[in-house]
Write a protein that binds this ligand. Structure first.
Ligand SMILES: [Zn+2]
Length: 363
């Protein structure tokens, strides 16, 4: 796939650029260098191990340097733009007003197709967010997950506050239109019950709307995200071509409601890195040979990994993806995403601050 190559080239060049230019928040070694003899001492030493000179001055300089470093790290955390979601599940926060987020990524596995996922989101008035993205759905007739274009709207009901009241948001997501799903020949040939029925091709149209409520509870460096979702799935225009019974058509629309949910958490590991884990239910479309229908049920999908911030406006999400329809760990996929922010609103604030207070260091 060409898009994959483009993405990898983009990803590799950004990594290279960041490695060449980026300053990381690396920890300084905990040593004092004696001004008399230049020998390295541990910070617990009151006198130099080599010349016996008192190290009080060196210690106070080291402490003030450390405080400056800590202030810089705090500023890095408070200024960085953290996507208001984990890998795929939403958090109860929204993007800053007028901030635009562009996310590109994909899942990379050995056996399955590589579905490309992209997202564009914009924050509105610090309480709402609109998003256009592609999401994957699980089927047994095509490889990997089928990718749907969707649009979503998230509204924050209880904003982030200092009283430790959990943040609360509701969100709607629906597929832009009827989406055509066509079977993959190799996938069909790998399934015994479909081969036994002489099935050569399966196709159908589907669309869905999901409504969910999500709450985020912050406990120091740990954030817990919990959500409930109601999904209305429609399937129509089922066409099955079989060597044994010819073409079978079921044009009527079928509807199914699925109640699901998700749970996830993230932990601030250091100013540049967050550990993230999520588990959620997803719609699972399986063609049933007996009833000649598409059975829509729920499968679960889990992703665990890290979010690494290259700088305040660029971060990457890397995780390992597993879902209940996988047969074993050989089906594990690596999920890779790149989050880029175009700070519309917050950039304006910064420019204003910089022009009014010239003493803000631009580190
Ligand atoms: Zn010394």
């Amino acid at each position: 796939m060409n898009r994959q190559k483009i993405f990898f080239v983009l990803f590799a060049s950004i990594l290279a650029w960041t490695a060449a230019n980026g300053k990381t928040a690396a920890q300084e070694p905990e040593i004092l260098i004696c001004t008399q003899c230049a020998v390295e001492n541990v910070t617990a030493n009151k006198y130099c191990i080599n010349c016996g000179d008192p190290l009080a001055e060196e210690l106070s300089r080291w402490q003030s340097e450390r405080q400056a470093r800590e202030r810089q790290l705090k500023r890095f955390i408070s200024d960085r733009v953290d996507p208001p979601r984990l890998f795929t599940v939403p958090a109860a926060r929204v993007l800053g007003s007028m901030d635009v987020r562009v996310m590109g990524g994909g899942a990379f596995g050995v056996a399955t197709d590589r579905s490309f996922l992209g997202t564009v989101g914009i924050g509105l008035g610090d309480i709402a967010e609109v998003e256009f993205s592609t999401v994957g759905m699980v089927t047994n007739i095509s490889r990997g997950s089928t990718v749907f274009p969707t649009s979503a709207f998230k509204l924050m009901l209880i904003p982030e506050n200092r009283y430790h009241i959990p943040t609360l948001a509701i969100a709607f997501r629906n597929s832009a239109n009827w989406q055509d799903v066509q079977s993959d020949r190799k996938v069909l040939e790998a399934q015994r019950d479909l081969v036994a029925d002489g099935i050569r091709n399966i196709g159908y149209g589907t669309r869905f709307t999901t409504m969910h409520g999500v709450t985020t509870l912050r406990l120091w460096s740990l954030s817990i995200h919990l959500g409930l979702s109601l999904t209305d799935v429609r399937v129509r225009d089922l066409t099955v071509e079989s060597d044994y019974y010819g073409v079978y058509e079921a044009p009527e629309e079928k509807q199914k409601n699925l109640v699901g949910g998700f749970f996830g958490f993230d932990i601030e590991q250091n100013p540049q890195t967050k550990l993230m884990f999520e588990i959620q239910t997803v719609s699972n479309f399986q063609y049933n040979v007996e009833s000649r229908e598409i059975d829509v049920s729920e499968a679960w999908l889990a992703i665990g990994g890290v979010r690494f911030f290259f700088n305040r406006w660029l971060s990457t999400d890397v995780g390992v993806w597993y879902q209940s329809t996988f047969k074993g760990i050989a089906d594990l996929q690596i999920k890779l995403g790149l989050n880029l922010f175009l700070p519309g609103g917050s950039l304006g604030d910064k420019v204003w601050k910089m022009s009014n207070k010239s003493d803000i260091p631009n580190s």
